[in-house]
Design a protein around this ligand. Structure first.
Ligand code: ATP
Ligand code: MG
Ligand code: MG
Length: 549
């Protein structure tokens, strides 16, 4: 069957398969286990695993654990959990760059023996100066012309721990006057005397990204090594190392990374938010992490859909956060359990409804999915309704509760507001109304029109629910764009979390669904903090679409 390519990467792959350059497709997703995955990683995961699925190839999960300073097994575990949750399966193909350290070391020795690598003692500051600039060529390191024997000996000393951190590095000997600064004798190994989460103290020299990455891809037989645009200028170096060594040579392809409005995506910054307590953890529902989005109420399907919608391009852009919200709203509309919850309650008393009477009203669980069935909602004389659904002096476009007006109580009766009581503070304490006994279920035989429909909860049956309402974590559309003298944390929104005690219908207490629509209030997910006594819900997204296609 012929595969129709849907982006430039797929076009390359189709060509490579046709020409016989590759027999089957092998991609990889190579996170560094130094933080939790975010929505940008999700784009890369969907792309790499998606290509493997589409071309009947495979995708490796490879932990790029080449820097012991910031890495941890906690991150390894979280990454595996998140990739699985997104719906992808790497099977047996779980690899660790640290498993290749011996091979990398041998390859480095091979390069030294070819006269293509040397040990250098310039300080990082000196090295930067010697490197030159875009307009100025670099200057050779005074250590550049050491003999092969000397280099072999010194590199072995580096490995044995006989130098301190910063005293020596191994550099490739390429070209200090190359117009591409990455080729001006890049560092291959540096000394880091720290415990590695997998190799312990076996090594005190660690490979740089540029040195390690191509070798990792090569060992695994990766055919298409897909990375973000910043690595375009590194490709000549990727190619140089593999060509020198004469090992299998995968093709590096770059695509635009995902940027989203009102959030930051760098792991360094996300770590700062966690460490400095701006959020409750990596999985705080305001975080753009996969675990944060999951806790917020995003589904794997919505994130995959989002990745598909943004597509794969060659130029960087910033995606409107509203597009992500569009994707989850569409998905939750199809699957969310509907319930009635009053977030800002005020009492509504039906004066002509018999005292002590209780009726069970039938309510559909999801109008989009009949198979989800129906439930019964208790109705009684005293209800809670939203404070905002009442107006003492309504403007002409207000169709909800107001003196003299008739509204429909969803799944209940028509009621007409007859009055209200105010407290000493001027706040409405109670609203009074009468109901039409012939309007059970929300319609009447005379077919009279009632414009407004509101939700409600029977007061004596209501359960208390903690509702966590979120807005953007940052007040600035692009918090990475920091003004002089400021920090990205200066743009944190102080009101990004508001907590309410809401009144919910009793059904919620024992319902095991994960995703809900609180009628008229938005989509919510039951949080892990829930207890039997007090369910906790996170607001995922509102009902109204703010994003225009
Ligand atoms: P950060 O800069 O946040 O530390 P990173 O790129 O260093 O991110 P890695 O763990 O190295 O994080 O990323 C693993 C893979 O995910 C890489 O192949 C990288 O290209 C991809 N990736 C990371 N961020 C994004 C993004 N915003 N959009 C698309 N792909 C991304
Ligand atoms: Mg990286
Ligand atoms: Mg990084």
């Amino acid at each position: 069957m012929e595969i129709i390519p849907s982006n430039f990467i797929e076009e390359i792959i189709v060509e490579d398969l046709k020409s016989g350059k590759v027999k089957s497709v092998i991609t990889r997703f190579p996170p560094e286990p130094n933080g939790y995955l975010h929505i940008g990683h999700a784009k890369s995961i969907c792309l790499n695993f998606g290509l493997a699925l589409k071309f009947n190839g495979r995708c490796n999960l490879r932990f790029d654990d080449t820097n012991p300073e910031k890495e941890d097994t906690e991150y390894v575990e979280s990454i595996k959990r998140d990739v699985k949750w997104l719906g992808f399966d790497w099977g047996e193909k779980e690899f660790y760059a640290s498993d290749y350290f011996d091979f990398m070391y041998e390859m480095a020795i091979k390069l030294i023996k070819m006269g293509k690598a040397y040990v250098c003692h310039l300080s990082p500051e000196e090295m930067r100066r010697y490197r030159g600039t875009l307009t100025e060529p670099g200057i050779n390191s005074p250590y550049r012309d050491r003999s092969i024997e000397e280099n072999l000996e010194l590199f072995e000393k580096m490995r044995r721990g006989e130098f301190e951190e910063g005293e020596a590095v191994l550099r490739a000997k390429i070209d200090m006057s190359s117009p591409n600064i990455n080729l001006r004798d890049p560092v291959m190994y540096r000394i880091i005397k720290q415990n590695h989460h997998r190799t312990g103290n076996k090594w005190c020299i660690y490979p740089s990204y540029d040195w390690a990455h191509g070798l990792e891809d090569s060992i695994e037989g990766v055919t298409h090594s897909i990375c973000t645009l910043e690595f375009e200028d590194h490709r000549p170096l990727y190619d140089w190392f593999l060509d020198q060594l004469g090992v299998y040579h995968p093709q590096q392809i770059e695509f635009a990374r995902l940027n989203l409005t009102y959030t930051v995506m760098s792991k360094r910054k996300l770590l700062k938010l966690v460490e400095d307590g701006y959020v409750s953890g990596w999985d705080d529902p305001r975080m753009p992490t996969i675990s944060g989005l999951r806790r917020r109420g995003y589904t794997p399907e919505s994130i995959r859909k989002f990745a598909e919608m943004i597509g794969v391009a060659k130029s960087n852009s910033v995606v409107d956060y509203g597009m992500l919200e569009f994707c989850i709203r569409e998905d939750l509309n199809k699957r969310a359990q509907r319930v009635m919850v009053v977030i800002n309650p005020v009492k509504l008393i039906i004066t002509n409804y018999p005292d002590g009477k209780k009726e069970m009203m039938e309510a559909v669980n999801n109008p989009e999915d009949e198979s989800m069935g129906k439930r019964l909602v208790p109705f009684s004389k005293v209800l809670y309704v939203e404070r905002e659904d009442f107006s003492e002096e309504p403007d002409p476009k207000f169709f909800r509760l107001a003196p003299g007006k008739e509204v429909r109580l969803q799944h209940g009766y028509y009621v007409t507001c007859t009055g209200f009581k105010k407290g000493d503070d001027g706040n409405i304490e109670e609203i009074y109304c009468t109901y039409d006994p012939d309007s059970r279920g929300g319609w009447t035989k005379d077919g009279r029109k009632v414009k407004g429909t509101i939700h409600w909860v029977s007061a004596e049956d209501a359960i208390d629910i903690e509702v966590r309402m979120y807005s953007h974590l940052f007040t600035k559309e692009n918090p990475d764009d920091v003004e002089e003298g400021k920090n990205f944390t200066d743009y944190i929104n102080p009101d990004s979390l508001k907590i309410f005690t809401a009144k919910g219908e009793p059904f919620i207490k024992d319902c095991n669904e994960e995703y809900y629509q609180f009628l008229r209030n938005g989509y919510f997910r039951k949080d892990e903090d829930s207890t039997k006594k007090k369910p906790v819900f996170n607001k995922t997204v509102g009902l109204k679409d703010s994003w225009s296609k």
